[in-house]
Ligand binder design. Structure first.
Ligand SMILES: [Zn+2]
Length: 316
């Protein structure tokens, strides 16, 4: 594991956050209801997480970064969830989020939709993650449970992670439907927090369901580009884009403002029970879309193995 820096987020109360999100989302969605509730049991459908909740010592970890993917992929950049959990001082943490698979494990590149309870002294890790890849036969999405094929808890290149003790507790329930503005669900929450809290960074993570409608997602190709991807246009023509249908369950991490750690400010990966999944961009059905999510603020940010050289390409 490479060097780690940490930072304490500003952590407002849940009721205050709910009010800020309610007002912010209302500018972008016709129907919005944000409230503080007991976290539903996330071991149940459609979530199927290895833990009941997303509460307890909440942290965000930003590991590696897009500069490990473009212009050219760094195949040597392999990380491990159990190691990350120790690095953020939360062994046994439940970790959700968005990242890339380990090339060493899969022999190719793919999207990783993270949902892992890291190992602790008494218990082996439970890896409930999904892998979304492009089918070599027809170019369609191929979504698989990670543990059906692989036994490790590794990932590669980059990941944006929300970690907690996985306990039940109070969370912010966010319900929004019928998009009236441009921002996607996560950007809208992130920008609402950013404009209210200004230079005090807020970090949040959680899970949401796209209950109705369709969404634009991408999947990275199995082969890394052999010619350097130098611009957003290069990256977008390398990625494969899909329109996928609800219900999609989305693992999401967002930070309102970068306090100087070269962060990715939002990253969301989705899985489903109908074979679709990948990296969330936005819904494509503003009139009918319905979002329902559960979020919790993070107390601490951990920046692990920040790329030595950086750029702003491919951060969408
Ligand atoms: Zn992604």
């Amino acid at each position: 594991m490479q060097e780690t820096e940490s930072f304490a987020f500003h952590v407002p109360g849940l009721e205050e956050l709910a009010k800020v999100l309610q007002a912010g989302l209302k500018r972008n969605y016709a129907d919005v209801q944000v409230s503080v509730i007991e976290c539903p049991d996330l071991t149940q459908k459609p979530f199927g997480f290895p833990v009941k909740g997303i509460c307890g010592k909440a942290r965000i970890a930003d590991v590696g970064g897009v500069p490990h993917l473009v212009p050219l992929a760094r195949l040597d950049k392999i990380y491990n969830i159990n190691t990350v959990a120790k690095e953020i001082e939360l062994p046994g943490a439940y970790i959700l989020g968005a990242g890339a698979v380990s090339h060493r494990t899969l022999g190719e590149n793919a999207e990783l939709i993270l949902s892992v309870q890291a190992e602790s002294e008494h218990k082996a890790a439970v890896n409930g993650s999904y892998v979304a890849r492009i089918s070599p036969e027809d170019g369609a999405c191929l979504l698989e449970k990670y543990r059906d094929k692989y036994a490790d808890c590794d990932f590669g290149l980059l990941s944006n992670l929300y970690a907690s003790e996985g306990k039940p507790g109070k969370v912010i329930q966010v319900s929004a439907s019928r998009r009236t503005g441009k921002d996607n669900f996560v950007s809208c929450m992130r920008k609402s927090l950013g404009s209210y809290y200004g230079d005090k960074p807020i970090g949040m993570g959680g899970t949401f369901i796209i209950q109705e409608g369709k969404a634009k997602l991408h999947i990275m190709p199995p082969e890394f580009s052999t010619c350097p991807l130098n611009t957003d246009e290069d990256v977008n023509s390398w990625l494969k884009f899909y329109e996928m249908k609800a219900p999609l369950i989305c693992q999401s991490v967002l930070v309102s403002r970068d306090p100087g750690f070269d962060l990715r400010l939002e990253h969301t990966h989705c899985f489903s029970h109908h074979g679709e999944g990948g990296h969330y961009h936005t819904d494509t059905t503003p009139e009918t879309v319905r979002y329902l999510g559960y979020f919790h603020p993070a107390e601490m940010l951990y920046r692990i193995d920040k790329p030595k050289e950086t750029h702003l390409v491919g951060r969408d």
